[in-house]
Design a protein. Structure first.
Length: 286
């Protein structure tokens, strides 16, 4: 078929319109959606009482300038509606100004979770003011696991929740985060090994965490899934410490790792084929 000037202009015009539509979608529509991902993860030697234990995971809020509080509140509503056993927040609460945490922390404190809400800080929090972010979260009843851990008791069984500082911008210390772990915790009705879930903002630290075989699961964010993912190509750009395990479920040694795509955006206010995510993790016996 001969390509005339008129048909060439029609094809070019259609391509331009498609490009503009795609740009509009990735700038104004997809970043404002919230996708709920449900993931079942097998845990070796999981106590019977923890079968079906559910964890709501949110990460990378980046409140202001591009991510708004109403958008984050929408994600909080999705997570709270799950009525999870536990909610965890994986860092990067702020972006341009650290003062945004004073608006964000009270909203996050409304999360509905049986055993409460726990958090770790991300690289942006450290760059903008880790102490300010941590103080605001803790004033609103959200503990920050700062190279530390906490034993949760659920129906007589124990679950150890640990967390480390940002790998990129802090001083992560896995040994300190595991210091309170005692393996077979005394005083619990159900004996056996207590499983360990480790919160780490940057997913690529999994190669180090997996060396401690007591850790069954690492939960991470940081990468945003790349924000823009093309079919057959994947993410166009990924940050340091978020390039190896950028999105979804992985097996690293004997440990499982899940990387959440995050709620907000950073650097550029677009998402394509990579919508904001709330994750519901359900633990099952391996």
């Amino acid at each position: 078929m001969k390509l005339t000037r008129r048909s060439f202009l029609k094809i070019g015009g259609a391509g331009a319109l498609a490009g503009m539509a795609g740009l509009g979608y990735s700038r104004f529509l997809e970043p404002e959606t919230v996708s709920l991902e449900r993931v079942s993860i097998p845990i070796p030697r999981l106590p019977t009482a923890l079968e079906g234990f559910r964890i709501a995971v949110l990460s990378d809020f980046h409140l202001q300038p591009f991510t708004t509080l109403p958008h984050i509140q929408k994600a909080i509503g999705v997570a709270s509606a799950l009525k999870p056993d536990l909610a965890v927040l994986l860092g990067d609460f702020v972006d341009e100004t650290v003062d945004a945490i004073d608006d964000l922390a009270p909203a996050l404190a409304t999360l509905n979770a049986r055993h409460g809400v726990f958090s770790v800080l991300g690289n942006h929090d450290h760059w903008k003011g880790a102490a300010v972010v941590q103080n605001s979260l803790e004033r609103n009843g959200i503990p920050v696991l700062h190279n530390s851990g906490h034993l949760l008791t659920h129906s007589g069984a124990g679950l150890y929740l640990g967390g480390v500082e940002s790998v990129w911008a802090g001083r992560p210390d896995l040994a300190r985060a595991m210091q309170s772990y005692k393996g077979r915790q005394g005083g619990l009705r159900e004996g056996g090994e207590v499983p360990v879930v480790m919160l780490v903002h940057e997913p690529d630290f999994a190669d180090e965490v997996a060396k401690d075989t007591r850790v069954s699961l690492q939960l991470s964010g940081h990468s945003h899934g790349g924000q823009v993912r093309l079919p057959l190509v994947g993410a166009l750009e990924l940050p340091s410490w978020g390039r190896r395990y950028d999105y979804g479920l992985y097996k690293v040694g004997s440990m499982s790792l899940y990387t959440n795509r995050g709620i907000g955006v950073a650097d550029i206010p677009v998402r394509f084929n990579c919508p904001p995510e709330v994750t519901e993790i359900t633990l099952h016996a391996a």
